[in-house]
Design a protein around this ligand. Structure first.
Ligand code: G6P
Length: 363
């Protein structure tokens, strides 16, 4: 218990460690004033020969990988994300100019290591984005970028997701510049938003109404999470976290897909958590109205200024205003808190959920 630092669970402690973890992740690596990036072992030009990037990962790390591919694609670098366990089945094209990035907190996940070994055999350059110095992934890959989140004990990944996303944002800046020869248009704004993240996360931790929301919707039949674009991965992650530790049925969907099937499950007993970023919000709001028309309570995660969202949602978990590419990290913190409190109210074994392991070393 001493290691929990006064918190009831490691997970809650680690959620609260995010401002400090993010400061470590960012330390010395990005200067919003100049737009400069300094990624230690990866000076400018490191990735000049890369023509496409493939991310391989599992679980929460896969969701971070989905965000990473979006950052790259938006900057003009072709990128895809694969579930590591599926990577071999699809035989994705790989050549000497392919960079395969394994996103893995532990650096020991068997599926991810296997995909990285396959990529290596096929001639790709491999890079581990990991939290653990000296891990198998860090040793076996050609290079490693450390996310510097500090040790994570709770089985459900929390602070490491945030630090992974920020690390991938920085890596994407380096890659886009090296591959395309130009900076993304709004580099300084995005780096400024990253620099603001620790303070913004602290605001959420100080003022979140996640416990009240969890209390209000306990005993629901199921919990759905929707998001579009940069926050589709956050919707998937919100649902994964919720089911992992509460054992309640939770699913995440692309907001626009709700009407293509999942809507059949939506009732007054299935709260819908909808994530907004300040980009593409109108369409997601349309999806929210579809859910409400079936009687579903809607909990929005959105910034204060989004009046239309506030008008339609039953509850709003607010996040500070920021760049749309970075808003997902903040929204995810609110969803982490909802999952934690839902599981706590149900007295689940939050730090060691049944049937799950922190690091899965079998394929
Ligand atoms: C396990 C954990 C998840 C984690 C996944 C990938 O399933 O329970 O929380 O996201 O492994 O782990 P990694 O260490 O590769 O990020």
């Amino acid at each position: 218990d001493a290691g929990k630092g006064g918190y009831d669970h490691y997970m809650l402690k680690e959620i609260h460690e995010q401002p400090a973890a993010l400061r470590q992740t960012l330390r010395g690596r990005a200067d919003p004033a100049t737009g400069d990036i300094d990624l230690e072992d990866f000076p400018a030009g490191t990735f000049a020969d890369v023509d496409r990037v493939q991310f391989v990962a599992c679980g929460t790390s896969y969701h971070a990988g989905l965000v990473g591919a979006q950052y790259l694609s938006a900057g003009g670098v072709p990128a895809q994300t694969f579930l590591a366990s599926e990577y071999a089945t699809g035989q994705p094209p790989v050549d000497d100019n392919t960079l395969v990035v394994g996103v893995t907190q532990s650096g020991e996940t068997a599926d991810t290591l296997s995909a990285l070994r396959q990529a290596n055999t096929s001639g790709a350059t491999t890079l581990a984005v990991t939290n653990v110095v000296g891990s198998t992934a860090a040793r076996e890959c050609d290079d490693a970028l450390f996310i510097r989140a500090g040790p994570e004990i709770g089985v459900a990944a929390t602070k490491t997701f945030s630090s992974q996303v920020v690390s991938l944002a920085l890596l994407a800046e380096r890659l886009v510049r090296d591959v395309t020869g130009t900076r993304t248009d709004d580099t300084r704004e995005r780096l400024g938003a990253l620099a603001d993240l620790p303070g913004h996360v602290q605001q959420i931790l100080d003022y979140s109404s996640a416990r009240r929301v969890a209390e209000e919707y306990r005993d629901s039949d199921a919990y759905f999470f929707i998001g579009r674009g940069s926050v589709r991965p956050v919707a998937l992650e919100g649902a994964l976290k919720f089911k992992e530790i509460s054992y309640e049925h939770a699913e995440g969907f692309a907001a626009g897909e709700l009407k293509h099937g999942p809507l059949a499950l939506v009732t007054s007993e299935t709260p819908v958590f909808a994530v907004f970023t300040g980009r593409n919000d109108e369409k997601t709001l349309g999806n929210v109205k579809e859910a409400e028309a079936r009687g579903a309570p809607v909990v929005a995660v959105a910034s204060d200024g989004q009046d239309a969202v506030h008008q339609y949602a039953d509850e709003v978990l607010t996040i500070p205003d920021t760049h749309p590419d970075v808003a997902g990290v903040l929204a995810n913190v609110q969803l982490q808190l909802v999952s934690y409190h839902a599981a706590d109210l149900l007295e689940r074994a939050i730090d060691k959920p049944r049937n799950l392991a922190k690091s899965v070393t079998v394929e």
